[in-house]
Design a protein around this ligand. Sequence first.
Ligand code: FAD
Length: 488
Amino acid sequence: QQKALIIGAGVAGIAAAIRLAVKGYAVEVFESNSYAGGKLSEFEQAGYRFDAGPSLFTMPQYVDELFTLAGKDPEQYFSYKKLDVVCHYFYPDGTHLKAYADPDKFAEEVNIQTGESINNIQNYYRNSNRIYDITNHVFLEQSLHRLKTYLSKQTVKSILRLFQIDAFRTMHQANQSFYQDKRLVQFYDRYATYNGSNPYRAPATLNVIPHLEQHFGAYFPDGGMYSITDSLVKLAQDLGVQFHYGQPVEEIVVKGGRAEGLKVKGTLHSADIVVSNMDVWFTYRKLLKNHPRLFPENILKQERSSSALIFYWGVKQQFPQLDLHNIFFSAVYEAEFNAIWKEKTIYHDPTVYLNISSKFKADDAPEGCENWFTMINVPANTGQDWDQLITEARQNIIRKLSAQLGQDIAPLIVNESILDPRSIESKTSSYQGSLYGNSSNSQFAAFLRHANRSSNVSNLYFCGGSVHPGGGIPLALLSAKIVSDWVK
Ligand code: FAD
């Protein structure tokens, strides 16, 4: 039996382990942390449970297909519900917009709140859908780095339509051309943050994201986000995959253009193939440091995506006006993105994302209480004075939420922990604490993500949010699929 060794038990590493086990490999996963999931992990804090990282679950089919691929019934491992309202948006002027999952209901809501014509909203989604139809097959589901991709009829058809994907203006320019109302431009510009980018620079091709959210929907896993990790680890174990926790890989041992195996705590573990789920930047700089001529510098020097600052707050009250996903917008969106991307600092009036999983999973907080995952977008870590920035941001967030909710929330916070770009970097080995690998702020970003296979080391593969096709759970899962399609 051939042996596959995987570096990292992030969601993509686990998915790759499952796919390779199904292919007949003996699979072992080495993970630095004492737990699985990487960014997709959970923790408990004085009676409150928190999902540490991702909170928005989209494209559940990519999780389900792992169970069916293994010949198992997904429902025996994992279940989820579709959200009727994807997110509540609160604007500084008092507008409260409910993003209904149902397209007609949503268009009607936007029409009532902003006066925008239903026809124009539908038009916007038709455009978004068209971009999806052209890009999905070429940019997401296959490797861009394999000749085979370009030989299929479907790819050729998509390539001939590439001029229609709106790559030559920014998301913001395109959104402004659709909508007069600033609130709607802000609503659609925000989708750039789904992959840690800047709508004032990212190509309008990313306006595909509203289609993904509306067409495929948003979901809540019954056991919380962590149940994605938990159920996939169980599936992998049922297929015989071995997980080694607290075992950081020190080196990928390469000889004569092949990876012989992994060095862990000084011991060499031999492999037929190696898959790195570690951020590609650190994979080269740390695990392949003896082979600097292999470094793809043009990829490694790309601008990173943004990071996040999260306050996990136990709150001793319930707020009926809030739901699972809530956004409190900043008054001047462009100034917020300038602060993040140009000044590399935190804006004084940040857009606040508040996720409350106890709305759907009551035992995530004690009775009468709520678990608040309070997040803002911040720049990647380039050595800012984070302690100072975090102190100021905390005050600004509390002031903003208190004003919007009509009540001082500071005395309601009974416990707190914080995740910032430094701890994201140290806990998951993500260079600069970026959430999604490289940013997508240029038209060429899709081509400047690392391939899922090494071009110099014949049996070395890459999966996860820092390589093709990109960050976020769905794309990270697709990266594992591309790896397994490539492996014989
Ligand atoms: P990671 O989760 O980064 O896992 C990599 C693993 O490799 C880690 O466990 C790490 O410890 C391990 N590792 C690294 N180096 C070594 C080594 N040398 N040896 C052994 N092990 C090693 N996505 C969404 O879809 N929806 C969201 O709402 C969303 N929100 C997010 C919010 C936050 C705060 C964060 C941090 C991320 C968010 N994301 C979201 C992005 C999503 O979490 C990631 O894209 C996805 O989880 C990445 O998975 P991964 O498998 O690439 O890697």
